[in-house]
Design a protein around this ligand. Sequence first.
Ligand code: AMP
Ligand code: MN
Ligand code: MN
Ligand code: MN
Length: 283
Amino acid sequence: MQESLLHRRIDLHTHSNCSDGMLTPTELLTKAKEQEVELFSLTDHDTLTGLEEAAIAAKALGIMLVPGVELSVQWAGIPLHMVVLGFDQSNDVLASIVESNQKTRLERAKRIAQLLVKQGLPDLYEKAVIEAGPSQIGRPHFARVMVREGLVKDDNKAFDQYLGNKRLGKLRDVWPNLEDIVPDLAVTGCDLVMAHPKRYPLTLTKLKRLMTHFSQLGGNAMEVSSGNENPQSVRMLETIARDLGLGVSAGSDFHGPYGPWCQVGKFTPIQEASLNPIWHKWL
Ligand code: AMP
Ligand code: MN
Ligand code: MN
Ligand code: MN
């Protein structure tokens, strides 16, 4: 491998305020520039809205932009995230999945509000919709309203007590099944990356089964490093990717200026030389 490819700064997983991030796409790209990121992807949840602004900012700042989106999906009733990278604007298969997921988000928000009422909270639907504004509505918007209303201390508590997958059990199966979208997307030639695999409630055996299945369906990569994941987990994910012949991706999953590790362009280093990073083709 060329030595020059090893030290390029990349970030292939970030969020703007078009979904649940805090910064505009332009502010995000500006942060990327400060961090000397050379190759960047905006991967908002279930929306492509920020990509145009991101492209303009990236061009002005001299950063290479890879079009991206983080799709909400499910496998065996477990909600998962899949990062799609490197598609072109005419990708109708992707556009229709995104459109469908956006409808699901709105319907799901109503159901989240109803479930919260059952847990003893006031009806927060209208406030969450206002909080989201033009952004794709999600649980973080409910969390922010709950903090502002003094119902919980912080976002983490909101997820722990009310919004986590266990608490909203009935809402787990709203997303498209992997089987229904991965093969169709794979033939369009974009990169399909299983996002942050360590964050799912899966044993190692089940995680390997998921990744084998994902690969058989046409998924081609795994995000082996995401934000401040611990190095042991990253080594474990690298091994799975190597064993299955999957490409690897990495990114900060930056949502806003919180902790020191949640910086644009920062993630636990990976053993890049012995892996097949999907970003090499763009550098
Ligand atoms: P949703 O897209 O509505 O399913 O919400 C998922 C998003 O909530 C994730 O992408 C994170 O940004 C955020 N999130 C998940 N867990 C937590 C948590 N414990 N504390 C704060 N934010 C969280
Ligand atoms: Mn998010
Ligand atoms: Mn995610
Ligand atoms: Mn993300």
